[in-house]
Structures are given as C-alpha cells and as structure tokens.
Design a protein around this ligand. Structure first.
Ligand SMILES: [Zn+2]
Length: 308
C-alpha cells in the first residue's frame, strides 16, 4: 500500500514540476508507450512508420508485480497514446494508468472491446477476469483492432494506413492461429496437459484443446505453498505426464520443486523447456515478437509432449 501512495505522490510532484505540453516525438511520429512487449508489438505492426513505441516491461519482466519507476511516469506523461492490457494484469500500475487519463493522455486497455462472455473468471482470482488473453490468438486479434481504431482516431491523417497495416497483421495472426491448431493436433488428446509455473495458459488451453494447470494462480502475486506443490506432483504421477514447463518471466525454483516432489515418488518428469508467458523474448530474436513467442511455445510444448 505504501508503495502505491509513493508512486501517486511522485506522480503528482512530477506533473506539477513539468509544464504540461502535448506529447509526441520531435519527428512528427505518434509517441506510444505500452506496458507489455506483446502490446508494443501490436502497436508497431499497426502503427508502422507513423509511430514510435516504447514498452515499459522488457523481456523476463513479470507484469503482475511491475511497479512504475519515476522514469516510466515521465514516459507515460509524454506519450500521445498509452496502451495497456487491463483486466488487472498490471496490478501495481492501476492508479498510475488511471491518473494518465485524468491528465489528458489517451490511455486505452487493449482488452476493453473484447466481449465479456469470451473472458474467463476463475473463482480463485477474486472476481477478476483472467488477463492472459494474448494466448488465444483470436482474442489478441480483437486487441489489434482496438489499437487500429485508437490510432485512427488519434491521427486521422493516416487512418487508411493504419487500417491497411492492421488488415495485413490480422492475416498473419489468423495464420498463426491455424498453425497452433494444427500443431496441437500432433499431440494425442490424453497427453494434452500443460503444467506451468503460473496460470497464464487458460485461454490457450481453451482455444487449442489443452488441460492446463499452473502452480501459482492467475497472478504471481499469490505464492505457491508446499501443499500446492504436493498436489500438483500427485497429479503428474497419476497422469504419467512426461514434461512440465518453466516460464521466462517467473523464477524456475517452484517448478523445480514440483519436479523434485515427483521424482521422490519414483516417477521421472522432465522440464520440457521454457515458455514465454507474460513477456516476450529478447529484441532481435524470433521470440522477441508476439508471433515468434507463440510459435516457440507451441513448438516447445509439442516437442515435449508428443512422445515417441
Ligand atoms: Zn501472468
């Protein structure tokens, strides 16, 4: 609680110290700030040459726990448009983002226009929707449309280009969706169980036919206890699951504890690789894009679970 107060206080000081000016980069491009890398990737694809995009959260950064730094607050304030995920993903940034809207920066949650009937509200996430919508590619396509509409409204002079860019990107996303569907088919139905560090893959499971279990809950803010480790270990032994997965933005030790608990029961479960859950890979690598991260995940899952 103290941290939030501090952030808000810092924010007020910063805002009063700066003369308010409309943001925007010096080269005439729209200045866009996003929270996660996945959203930045959408904004770059749709905005093309008319935008400059900064993602506050880099590779390996956990959005559930991320707190805005003073530098972040300055970047947010200077933006023309802020895109964030919403649905309580950026749990620690809620107040800062709300303030930005109050101060006249267009601040948009890219999940806002997704039909609520398509969202999942797991009982253990205290009345909130599951925010990990990017793993159902069809839901992320709706986020891309939302970005296109926002850019077109903000910068109507380039509306037709944003529409064309979005159409091209949506075609790529549709191909990605089909790719994941067809790759998932390579795993026998009874082996389609994904066990990961936290519950990031529920939409993925629903869209592509996997049973999904996470050690920690929907948010990494909740800690896994010994009982959770043991019950997941029992499940793995019972179902003879060959591999479980670590995540790039969550420490490995919890998943390794599950592996050790399984092995102590005389069954050998492998770590099937690292999945990109709440953050993309490094810039300049295939996994440093949204499409690349989703492909990496399904390829890793298929290799580990398809069996001989
Ligand atoms: Zn998450």
């Amino acid at each position: 609680m103290k941290k939030i107060v501090l952030v808000v206080l810092t924010l007020s000081l910063l805002l009063s110290a700066c003369t308010t000016e409309t943001g925007g980069s010096s080269n005439g491009k729209l200045n866009i700030v996003t929270t996660t890398g996945m959203i930045a990737d959408v904004a770059k694809n749709v905005g093309g040459e008319h935008v400059e995009v900064i993602a506050l959260m880099g590779p390996g950064v956990d959005p559930h726990l991320y707190k805005a730094s003073e530098g972040d607050v300055r970047r947010l304030q200077d933006a023309n448009v802020i895109f964030y995920n919403g649905l309580h993903l950026e749990a620690q940034m809620g107040e800062v983002l709300e303030k930005m809207n109050d101060f006249g920066v267009t601040t948009v949650a890219v999940t806002d226009t997704i039909d609520r009937s398509l969202l999942q509200s797991p009982p253990e996430f205290a009345g909130n929707y599951d925010p990990h919508v990017w793993f159902d590619v069809t839901l992320w396509m709706q986020a891309a449309v939302q970005v296109q509409e926002t850019l077109s409204e903000t910068d109507p002079a380039h509306k037709s280009e944003y529409e064309a860019n979005a159409a091209a990107y949506l075609t790529e996303l549709e191909e990605l969706h089909q790719y994941v569907l067809s790759e998932a088919e390579k795993i026998p139905a009874e082996k389609r169980i994904i066990i990961t560090a936290h519950d990031a893959f529920n939409y993925f499971g629903r869209a592509y036919g996997f049973d999904v279990r996470g050690l920690q809950g929907i948010s990494t803010e909740s800690q896994a206890g010994t009982a959770d480790v043991q019950s997941l270990a029992n499940f793995i032994v019972e179902k003879q699951i060959p591999a479980i997965f670590v995540e790039s933005s969550v420490p490995r030790r919890n998943v390794e504890a599950v592996q050790a608990a399984v092995q102590s029961q005389g069954f050998d479960v492998q770590i099937g690789g690292s999945l990109y859950s709440d953050a993309m890979g490094s810039a300049g690598t295939p996994e440093g894009t949204y499409i690349g991260m989703v492909k990496h995940n399904i390829d890793t899952i298929v290799a580990a679970l398809k069996g001989e």
